[in-house]
Design a protein around this ligand. Structure first.
Ligand code: S3P
Length: 182
């Protein structure tokens, strides 16, 4: 069983995912990194040259592959991973899905100097984030098994909380890797 992290761009999926994987003794995969290796360029350039649909096709194929993998791992996904029904189904059925909930205002502050995210290269990124939030928040909630608030806790605090949650689900952090492999 994998652990998948979902949420808006900039909510901390990769940072939390990497630390959680280390804590649980599991591998870590970032689906956007796998996509970039496959397309041979940055996601931003791919968006510009091939368009969003081509990116979503690639994303769907990669998520299907990664969630079907037999070695349990922590998987961090792109913010739009929940847009396609097939992705929502694969993530929900094949992994323990955590939604890192963050508000547009907080993300916009964190990402104000970011140039890598194609969807946020607009005049008013906050307005864009509000639209993404309105569209996706219900989809993240529908896909997740567990929702965690990212506003107050530090990254270490979030990782502790998730490890504890795994424990509550009968998976002590120290044994989670072994248990998840069953
Ligand atoms: C996207 C988010 C990005 C990346 C792509 C599309 C989105 O990932 O997959 O630019 O639709 O929100 P992050 O959530 O890691 O920024």
């Amino acid at each position: 069983m994998h652990i998948s992290l979902i949420g808006l761009p900039g909510c901390g999926k990769s940072t939390v995912g990497r630390l959680l994987a280390r804590r649980l003794g599991l591998g870590f995969t970032d689906s956007d990194q796998v996509i970039e290796q496959r397309i041979g360029c940055s996601i931003r350039l791919f968006f510009e040259q091939q368009g969003e649909d081509a990116f979503r096709d690639m994303e769907e194929a990669v998520l299907d592959e990664l969630t079907a993998g037999t070695t349990p791992a922590v998987l961090s996904t792109g913010g739009g991973a929940v847009l396609r029904p097939a992705n929502r189904l694969h993530l929900h059925n094949r992994s323990w899905v955590v939604y890192l909930h963050a508000l547009p205002e907080d993300i916009s502050r964190r990402l104000r100097h970011d140039m890598t995210r194609p969807l946020l290269q607009v005049e008013d990124p906050l307005q864009r984030l509000c639209e993404l939030y309105a569209q996706r928040n219900p989809l993240y909630r529908e896909t997740a098994h567990y929702v965690v608030e990212t506003r107050r806790p530090t990254v270490a605090g979030l990782v502790n909380m998730l490890a504890m949650q795994l424990e509550l689900a009968g998976m002590p952090a120290s044994q989670a890797a072994a248990v998840l492999r069953r």
